[in-house]
Ligand binder design. Sequence first.
Ligand SMILES: [Mg+2]
Length: 403
Amino acid sequence: MRELILITLFGSDKPSVTSAISEILSASKANILDIGQAVIHENLSLGMLIEVPDGEDSSAVVKNVLYRAHELQMQARFQPIDEKSYDEWVSLQGKPRHIVTLLARQITAQQISALTRIMSDYGLNIDNISRLSGRVPLEPTSTSRACVEFSARGYVEDVSGLRAAFADLASGLDVDIAFQEDNMYRRTRRLVCFDMDSTLIEAEVIDELAKAAGVGDEVIAITEAAMRGELDFQESFRRRVSLLKGLDENVLAGIAEQLPITEGAERLIATLRRLGYKTAILSGGFNYFGRYLQSRLGIDYVYANELDIVDGKVTGEVTGRIVDGERKAELLRELAAKEMISLEQVVAVGDGANDLPMLSIAGLGIAFRAKPLVRAEAKQAISHLGLDAILYLMGFRDREIAH
Ligand SMILES: [Mg+2]
């Protein structure tokens, strides 16, 4: 009769453990039904579920593995598995898989405890845990990145309850938690669309222009109301631009050079470019600054508003169609069609209420350092790390990225 045995080996990591053990197993013509290993701080844990065919001596297999493990200074454990429980395990294969990503400056036991408790409460069974961030220095800095990814399976009946529990936890413990379906699109995105103001740059350009024009307070008040979703974007935009009338064109270049680029933006875009992703700025701000960032960061497409300038002076008008929330979503669809990819393969990132339409249609829509109203509406949110944390949500590890 065939026998199923789960072998677990652990001890300090050394080369060719897998080869040495498999060699013994091959003498008994064993099949490998499952195999996995993890190395945590140079300690190896290797698991193999083997099938010893009928006619082979399983006790000899156990004895020989035990002997070899001893030589390798590793511990070995053997567990017989009955065929019925194995068949049950195989039948679980169809359960939906999910990825839960925990992002913080530093990972604490409290975060992991609370997060995994919520996962199990909502029916998710973890089958893999992996650190995506690089090796963690003992003294975190204000720009440290830490990320742990949980792969889990299970039917979640109350998805909104799960999301709400994650959101509560995230705001309570100063972390970000992303919950995604584990599907083939996750690592095959092709286009990333960015909002500009307060997303790619840590500023609202129109406020900077207003300060230069001496109408700062009036414009900031209108901007804030618009970002909270209290004012129609087009109307508020025209009102703000009209206040800029008479501003000298030369002021624009000075403001562009002073724009603070958001933490992680350069690393993110350089990485995306290297991997062949297309990038776009879809902005309710101004083309002038979008084009400046395009050449500085190496972005493929820019769509924003054209500030009308006559005789070197801002007229207070915008020419062409205003890019509002609906237009952003429309442009995202157009770019996806142009690139011949599905919307599932698009990532959209933004902080404002006018970004919600594009965030909602993209395969991965991320509210970035957004106001609570926007964060609550978006499926994913990053508030505690820089823009390059998006790479973790796409499944990349720091060690795969050379800076
Ligand atoms: Mg914005």
